[in-house]
Write a protein that binds this ligand. Structure first.
Ligand SMILES: [Zn+2]
Ligand SMILES: [Zn+2]
Length: 901
């Protein structure tokens, strides 16, 4: 009978909510995980499912161990992402955000967020997440915003925030600056263009190589390495930039790579970060020749904020116009083509070479990012990063898997200042104010009415908003009420485990460590960072909307239930490794989870059907009454309890799941239940019932973190449960050393082997399951007959025997198998199978093997083969010879025991 999770799961989730079991216990040592807040506009994808199920397993495990668990949920306002979604919707109405204006746009975005923002939270409930929903937070709610503002002002007061005039990453689609981390590297097949710049003195040309010829309009120098002999004659001369038609100097700068292109590089300080550095060293002009939307032009930005408008066209405006009128307003990539055509026509394009290089793209919209000189707010990161790196090296926190160490240390050592201003409208507005009268500039905790310096006004606020990560980096303490001294903050900070994908190690995790250390008295926000793998398809591609290779976790829940989804994700992901799922075959992909749920359900139906109302507690069972099978399963249960607990403590969740599976399926169902059936049938339920109930109860508890719904449903029905008891808050099992029994373990293993041997003889000779066989065990060494005597009935029944002789001499002909310390089991086959036929089959096989062996031996005695063939080939042949000889000996034994002539 198949288990149907659909009516079960929502009802159980409701019971947990009604009982308030997700909220931390009032007493007890806390265990805290803060959720990586999904974007408020997100719809649950399978990556979220993996991330949250891992957290739920850990939280449920610690909750059952008696800790006061706090799994803090919430969502991120997600600046660019959310603004993009709302702008897309406006575009459908034929409008832009500029048509609405800032206030109206922000209002619209709030409306949208209020209407749709809880979608992902509701989806997390469907997959069973046991978050403390009473403490759900949003990075833009009022209290949280106060914390963000407090941190900004404190950083300002500590002089860790500064206005930087430099080349940043600019997304021409999102119309905002991006941080280094948000501008992601992509390997791209591009071209390297060799372009001639004529010398002003008419003496010839200098050839430069570039991947972005359109930026030549902004060139203010050509640079060469001072150690490059090719460049020396030209240093100090002037060249003319084609098309832009301006004169620029040839300069020497040590940063120029002699091996790139011709050794001469064009310098575009406003549109390249390293050219900007050269420009600073040589006091070069820095004209912007591109607008914010990626079209050519020298008028800076018209569309976005006032600040950008000012610095876009304001500073370093060239006296001469560089962009010819026909290129003004042309998109940068179209302009590239046109410029190349003109260069070609005037014989200034020397050659074009294919060139593989890294291009940065916007992490939100995938547009190629344009380096752009602009004024932005930066945070000085070195003072924040250094102590955290030192703590890491001291072992104050760990990142698992350990292989992330080098990457993490390298990034922390070479940390760059963080560009935190975004030219967006959705987010925390930067609390920097400027007096229009005296130009005094300051950061403020409240919106000021007048200038604190001159007492007059008016006062203008910076139009930009903060990078969305500038709020989420405060998540582990801002969510508990910081900067107020709240009881929650006292109790739940610092937390314990952070579970996330490696992609946001630097965006988020490293920065949380820094802010926690800096603002929470040098106390780090967590001890363990657990970086899990990525969900990929069978071609190892990351699942994504654009590739159309995703899996909707809710589809899986509808088909197979949340437990099947959870089981497949957990059992399929070893620590830090990627999870491979087939989006085109949900049936096969989630079969392990569904099959396991069915098996557990069916074993449950059987066990529950057997148990009397009053089950003896395991500690009350008289241990002298136990059979070998009883002692064995109790010992196996202790092993399962210990191993599962250790695996969960070490974050090896898949091993924990598999260990329980093995117990339930391979030990309890396949062997113990089968072994005790006659006792149950005969009504001798006492001891066997107590043991079944104990083992099944333990397995349900241990499995609960991974498959919470089905285990709760079954556990509720165990005898002796009161109506208000819930497995979700039941005690985690602890091993009972008095039930360990290594001897029973060993002895029952032999009983199992005998049964398995007889079963495989049955299979080999195709004996019908209805045919009862006669078997003899000739025990040797430690395989004392007494071991088998005690379990004689079990062996007879499970191997479908007619009779079992112990320690007798085997009678007649039959099949035999050796096991243990040289003991043998012999199964009589006379009258059961057609011996003549079997003898012929086996001797044919024997003859064929003999012949093959003869050929092989001839090769191996052939001097020429042995001396000329490669060593490993000869070695392989010898191994083969040995394997065939063994096989032949087995066959000879079979022929002999069947009495073939
Ligand atoms: Zn973008
Ligand atoms: Zn003033």
């Amino acid at each position: 009978m198949a288990y149907d999770p659909r009516p079960v799961e929502p009802a159980i989730y409701k019971r947990w909510l009604d009982a308030g079991v997700f909220q931390p216990r009032p007493e007890g040592e806390p265990y805290v995980i803060v959720i990586p807040p999904p974007n408020v506009t997100d719809i649950l994808h399978v990556g979220h499912a993996l991330n949250n199920v891992i957290q739920d397993v850990l939280i449920r495990f610690e909750r059952m161990r008696g800790r006061a668990t706090e799994w803090l949920p919430g969502t991120d306002h997600a600046g660019i992402a959310t603004q993009n979604v709302v702008e897309k919707r406006l575009a459908a109405e034929g409008k832009t955000r500029f048509d609405l204006g800032r206030d109206e746009f922000v209002k619209r975005t709030w409306d949208y967020v209020r209407k749709t923002g809880n979608t992902i939270i509701e989806q997390l409930k469907i997959i069973g997440c046991s978050c403390d929903w009473s403490r759900q937070r949003f990075t833009l709610d009022a209290e949280y915003s106060a914390a963000v503002r407090e941190v900004f002002v404190r950083l300002w007061e500590e002089k860790l925030i500064y206005r930087g005039h430099r080349v940043i990453h600019w997304c021409p689609h999102c119309l905002t600056a991006l941080s280094d981390e948000e501008a992601e590297h992509h390997e791209t097949n591009g071209n390297l263009y060799y372009i001639r710049y004529p010398l002003v003195d008419g003496s010839g040309f200098i050839t430069v190589a570039t991947t972005r010829p359109e930026t030549m309009l902004g060139d203010t120098a050509v640079a060469v390495n001072p150690d490059d002999p090719r460049g020396r004659p030209y240093i100090g001369k002037k060249v003319r930039v084609p098309i832009a038609d301006v004169e620029i100097p040839v300069i020497a700068d040590e940063s120029v790579d002699k091996d790139f292109g011709t050794g001469f590089v064009k310098v575009t300080p406003a549109h390249d970060a390293s050219d900007f550095e050269i420009g600073m060293r040589h006091s070069l002009p820095m004209p912007l020749i591109m607008r914010e939307d990626g079209t050519l032009g020298e008028d800076g930005g018209q569309k976005t904020t006032a600040a950008v408008k000012d610095n876009g066209g304001g500073r370093d405006r060239p006296t001469a116009r560089r962009v010819p009128p026909e290129l003004v307003g042309v998109d940068r990539f179209k302009a590239r083509k046109k410029i190349l055509e003109r260069l070609e026509a005037t014989a200034l394009l020397v050659k074009t070479e294919p060139h593989r290089h890294s291009v940065r793209r916007c992490y939100r919209c995938d547009t190629v990012v344009e380096p752009r000189l602009s004024d932005q707010w930066f945070v000085k990161m070195k003072p924040l990063a250094e102590p955290v790196l030192a703590e890491y090296r001291k072992g104050s926190f760990v990142i698992i898997p350990e292989r992330w160490r080098a990457t993490f240390e390298h990034w922390m050592e070479n940390i760059r200042d963080w560009n935190i201003s975004r030219q967006l409208w959705w987010g925390h507005r930067i609390p920097v104010f400027t007096c229009t009268k005296c130009k005094h500039q300051w950061a403020d905790r409240v919106d000021p009415k007048q200038c604190p310096q001159c007492g007059a006004g008016p006062v203008e606020q910076d139009p930009d908003v903060l990078d969305t990560w500038f709020s989420s980096w405060l998540w582990p303490f801002a969510t508990f009420g910081w900067p107020q001294d709240t009881p929650d903050l006292e109790r739940f900070y610092p937390g314990h485990t952070l579970v996330t994908a490696p992609e946001i190690l630097f965006f988020w995790v490293a920065r949380m460590l820094m802010s926690g250390y800096h603002y929470m008295d040098q106390r780090l926000p967590f001890r363990t960072v657990y970086l899990h793998g990525t969900v990929r398809d069978t071609k190892h591609r990351k699942m994504s909307k654009s590739l159309g290779n995703g899996i909707d976790p809710l589809d899986v829940v509808k088909l197979f239930g949340a437990d099947a989804l959870r089981w497949t994700l957990i059992a399929g992901s070893s620590l830090g490794a990627d999870v491979i799922l087939d989006p085109n075959d949900l049936e096969t992909t989630f079969a392990p989870g569904r099959n396991f749920a069915n098996k557990l359900w069916n074993i449950g139906q059987f066990v529950l059907g057997q148990l009397p109302k009053n089950v003896t507690a395991i500690e009350a069972v008289d241990r002298r009454q136990l059979t070998l099978a009883d002692r064995w399963i109790l010992a196996r249960a202790q092993a399962m309890i210990r191993e599962t607990t250790v695996s969960l403590e070490q974050f090896r969740l898949d091993e924990a799941a598999k260990r329980c599976y093995e117990f339930v399926w391979n030990e309890l169902a396949d062997w113990y239940v089968e072994a005790v059936k006659p006792r149950l049938v005969s009504g001798d339920v006492g001891t066997a019932g107590a043991i079944l109930a104990y083992c099944f109860d333990a397995a349900l508890r241990l499995l609960h973190p991974v498959v919470p719904f089905i285990t709760e449903a079954l556990w509720q029905r165990l005898p002796g449960r009161t109506a208000d008891e819930l497995l979700a808050v039941a005690r985690w099992p602890v091993a009972r050393p008095e039930l360990d029994d290594p001897r029973a373990d060993q002895e029952f293993a032999r009983v199992k082997t005998v049964i398995e041997q007889i079963r495989s003889i049955r299979a080999e000779y195709r004996v019908s399951p209805k045919t009862r066989l006669k078997a003899t065990i000739a025990a040797r060494g430690n395989d004392r007959p007494a071991t088998f005597e005690g379990e004689r009935d079990t062996i007879v029944r499970l191997a479908q025997l007619d009779s079992l002789a112990l320690d007798g001499a085997p009678q007649g002909v039959g099949a035999h198998a050796v096991f243990g310390d040289g003991s043998e089991v012999v199964v009589a086959l006379e009258g059961v199978v057609d011996l003549t036929h079997e003898c012929r089959r086996l001797s044919d096989e024997f003859d064929r093997l003999e012949k093959q062996l003869g050929n092989l031996a001839a090769r191996l005695t052939n001097e020429r083969f042995v001396s000329r063939a490669p060593q490993d080939v000869v070695a392989k042949e010898r191994e083969k010879e040995k394997a065939w000889r063994d096989q032949r000996d087995v066959l000879a034994g079979k022929l002999k025991s069947l009495g073939c002539s």
